[in-house]
Design a protein around this ligand. Structure first.
Ligand code: GDP
Ligand code: MG
Length: 175
């Protein structure tokens, strides 16, 4: 609940990244607190809302998820329009998805606003034995692109709330 006198920030947040990296799972974990292992990749709802209360502000997230269009490596400009924050997702067990993250960041820079809060989510951290992308590589990439880095798992819930809290804090600070 919003406290009296507390700022309310409504923020559009877009999820980007290759198909199968776990965008929908991240959103569902955050919004519903659950993981759906047999969820059809990319199929599903394209819009979620969730509210986070910080001491300094209440952030109401409008989370935009793709409905499979990322397969074509191009999303409609309206997907990016007005976004205040973005999470670029890759899968630590797939180097290809990390390579493609660069392309998603470029897309974002082309279409999004310049002061966007950007997070890099190195997802599926539970798949450590199959890791193909080292933490240092992800951190370096994030730093070079003005993003903050977080290793997440939609499956175990590791760092999911932390990811969205960090975004909320940065949004509140930017105001
Ligand atoms: P999207 O295409 O980016 O939306 O990816 P999905 O959320 O549909 O997930 C693709 C597949 O990866 C599904 O089989 C998910 O169950 C699985 N998945 C998503 N997140 C994780 C995770 O953190 N760990 C593991 N092990 N699997 C995940
Ligand atoms: Mg999806």
């Amino acid at each position: 609940m919003a406290r009296p006198g507390n700022k309310i920030i409504q923020a559009k947040l877009v999820l980007l990244g290759d198909m199968g990296t776990g965008k929908t799972s991240l959103a569902l974990r955050f919004v519903k607190g659950q993981f759906y292992p047999n969820q059809e990749p990319t199929v599903g709802a394209a819009f979620f809302t969730q509210i986070l209360s910080l001491s300094e502000a209440t952030v109401k997230f409008d989370i935009w998820d793709t409905a499979g269009q990322e397969r074509y490596h191009s999303l409609a400009p309206m997907y990016y329009r007005g976004a205040a924050a973005a999470i670029v997702v890759y899968d630590i067990s797939s180097i290809d998805t990390f390579v493609q993250a660069e392309k998603w960041v470029q897309e974002l820079q082309r279409h999004g606003n310049q002061k966007l809060v950007m997070a890099l989510a190195a997802n599926k951290s539970d798949l450590e034995p199959k890791r193909e992308v080292e933490t240092e590589e992800g951190e370096k990439f994030a730093q070079e692109n003005g993003m903050f880095y977080m290793e997440t798992s939609a499956k175990t819930a590791e760092n999911i709330n932390e990811l969205f809290y960090e975004i909320a804090k940065r949004l509140a600070r930017a105001l």
